[in-house]
Design a protein around this ligand. Structure first.
Ligand SMILES: Cc1cc2nc3c(=O)[nH]c(=O)nc-3n(C[C@H](O)[C@H](O)[C@H](O)COP(=O)(O)OP(=O)(O)OC[C@H]3O[C@@H](n4cnc5c(N)ncnc54)[C@H](O)[C@@H]3O)c2cc1C
Length: 487
């Protein structure tokens, strides 16, 4: 079979393009090298839906961000992912910074960002965000900014795309691409995929993919950002808090997650290894000190996890969204921040490019934009729960006590379209292991459920990739093997 479109990369960009194109009656496949989608940059970022005033006006990322932000309301209604427009503050701690905020506000208003206001009344500011430092002299308030769970949104996009006919192939790393007679042949270890058009959304590895078709015109540098996540009970923030930005970064923010935890970060370190997501003592110290300039009473001891994400920084410092000289090959690369915010606008631009390439974009009559809202134990009343448990006892078996996740939610995550096949896949879809104990109690039980539902041996359950095993063998099997071999 020859696909009309093959998308390389199952991050938020690839999945958003897949879901947008699923409105049309064309054959689409998405190839992802990891065991799950949302395994790259999309998994570890700030999850902020930016208002759009921050990027320089000559960059397309500014335009994409402003448009993308506005598209979130409809997307969240249709796809039912966690998203709240709580608004952001850019915080000035010195009088000299107010001028910069004023300029950002004026440019932002001219570019159509709704509701931007400069607030200099300290009492009003502290009323809106009581945790903010007393040193604040003014804030730029952007009410259209929001918080989203980036991976849950990506799972929702993929589920909806799959419901509408897109085929997902995980553990399918594209190794080579041949282009002959206007047909692309993409080689993976598990087979060859043919396509008339290819969309390269391979994140940090997009330059490598581009070179496979002879297009060597950009480089991507990994820039690491570390984070500290706090227990949900540590503090409650009303707003996303940014310091006044520097040239390389928006600075270290203090922010609530879509599930009510607080996190701080990221810093910005240029590195060379595109897979190095380790955290360092110095980096964590840097972000905690930076964050305390905005929120002095951050409780360091309430941290439950440190992690890092990698930005794909292009040499142009702007998004690369190109209908290239290789007919039918579209690069969607260098999607640094605010890529998460911009994804719906980027997908729209890619659709326009396909139209220019002559792809027949007839509507898909069976297209349904709604991805049903996941049923959550914590959203039910006592009576509703009683009914649910009577019908299906899996609603009553709590597997993760920190986050109150019953077996039924895990089963739903595994059996969803493009469902979970690994422990991290379950964790990122429905949260067992996200709480205070970080999976200490629930992990073995999640593994049991995965083994049973996927019909694989317990020791073959992996954390996140094809070879990330938790177990080597059963204790007695190893003992018997040693006795038999005389070791
Ligand atoms: C620290 C940090 C903070 C950020 N904060 C924000 C924010 O608050 N708001 C915002 O809007 N944006 C933010 N961003 C940017 C945002 O996270 C990215 O723009 C977005 O996640 C990019 O998604 P992607 O799909 O391009 O890349 P990825 O998520 O990396 O997806 C690319 C996928 O391609 C796959 N792949 C690679 N090579 C191959 C191959 N050969 N074959 C098959 N598959 C392959 C990878 O495994 C990966 O899954 C932040 C980024 C970072 C790092």
């Amino acid at each position: 079979m020859i696909y009309d479109v093959v998308i390389i990369g199952g991050g938020v960009i690839g999945c958003c393009i897949a879901r947008t194109l699923s409105k049309y009656d064309i054959k689409i496949a998405l190839l992802e090298k990891e065991a799950d989608i949302a395994s790259g940059t999309t998994k570890a970022n700030s999850g902020v839906v930016h208002a759009g005033y921050a990027a320089e006006r000559e960059y397309i990322k500014r335009d994409m961000c402003i448009k993308g932000n506005k598209m979130y309301t409809q997307a969240a209604e249709e796809l039912n992912f966690p998203f709240q427009r709580i608004g952001s503050f850019v915080v000035a701690l010195e009088d000299g910074q107010i001028k910069e905020l004023e300029e950002e506000r004026n440019n932002g208003i001219q570019d159509g960002i709704i509701g931007l206001e400069l607030i200099l009344d300290k009492t009003k500011i502290k009323h809106m965000e009581p945790n903010l430092t007393d040193d604040v002299v003014g804030v730029l308030h952007a009410p259209s900014a929001g918080i989203v769970s980036p991976y849950e949104m990506t799972f929702a996009l993929a589920e909806n795309a799959a419901m509408n006919g897109v085929k997902f192939f995980r553990n399918h790393k594209v190794r080579r691409i041949r282009h002959q007679n206007y047909i692309f042949e993409l080689k993976t270890k598990k087979g060859v995929f043919k396509a008339h058009n290819v969309i390269n959304a391979a994140g940090l590895f997009a330059s490598k993919i581009s070179k496979m078709v002879g297009l060597d015109y950009f480089d991507l540098m990994p820039r690491k950002g570390e984070y500290i996540l706090f227990d949900r009970n540590a503090m409650h923030l009303n707003k996303i808090l940014f310091p006044t930005a520097t040239k390389v970064s928006k600075g270290i923010l203090v922010c609530p997650t879509a599930h009510g935890n607080t996190f701080v970060g990221p810093n910005a370190q240029n590195i060379s290894d595109k897979e190095d997501t380790t955290t360092t003592e110095a980096g964590l110290k840097e972000i905690l000190e930076g964050a305390r300039k905005l929120v002095p009473k951050l409780p360091g001891r309430a941290s439950i996890r440190n992690f890092a994400g990698l930005r794909a920084i292009p040499n142009t410092y702007d998004f690369i969204i190109d209908n290239t000289d290789v007919y039918g090959f579209i690069n969607v690369a260098g999607i640094l921040s605010p890529g998460l915010t911009s994804c719906y606008a980027i997908a729209e631009r890619v659709t326009e490019y396909l139209e220019l390439l002559g792809v027949d974009l007839k509507s898909n009559d069976k297209y349904n934009p709604i991805r049903p809202k996941p049923e959550l134990f914590t959203n039910f009343s006592k009576d509703e729960l009683d009914q649910k448990i009577r019908k299906d006892p899996a609603w009553g078996r709590i597997i993760c006590r920190c986050e109150t996740i019953p077996e039924k939610e895990i089963l739903n995550a595994i059996h969803a379209p493009v469902g979970a096949t690994t422990v991290d896949g379950v964790k990122f879809r429905c949260r067992p292991g996200m709480g205070r104990c970080q999976g200490g109690f629930c992990r073995p039980r999640v593994m049991e459920i995965l083994a049973r539902e996927l019909n694989i041996p317990y020791q073959e359950v992996t954390k996140k990739s094809e070879d990330s095993y938790y177990l080597i063998s059963k204790t007695k099997d190893e003992l018997l093997r040693k006795i038999e071999s005389g070791e």
